[in-house]
Design a protein. Sequence first.
Length: 163
Amino acid sequence: MARIFISIGSNIHPEGYFNAALKALSAHFDNLCLSSVFESEAVGFDGSNFLNMVVAADTQLGIAEVVALFKQIETDNGRLPGAKKFSPRTLDLDLLLYDDLVTQTPIPLPRAEITTNAFVLWPLAEIAPERVHPVAQLSYQTLWDNYDKSQQRLWPIEFQWSY
């Protein structure tokens, strides 16, 4: 059984898509642990604010199977295949960590956005503060404490779950 960490983001009707994502994830994975939901300005393009969070879960699926499942959940929720990287989106699911595996295939892990994006690092530090980044060899709380918070505006929000 692997412990995975998933980044969820949306800036098109995010409340509905977050609930749909959590419903789908809870149907496929065990022991979900949810961070707070954070709002942030769009990064890389001008657009409406995003909601973001991180979810931890247990799975028996391999990395490629997890990624394929995420793509299917995104597609089922209106994400267009081949959409530009920096653009509005209904739902974005990214595998951040698969246990403490460091690999380039089938995808690069740990995901680079962990240390570069506040909207990934803060919620990850919230639910796994003592867990150690397998490359940086620092805890996620330490990485967050050392993060230059002037780089990205980010704030926690109240969120009503209905999944």
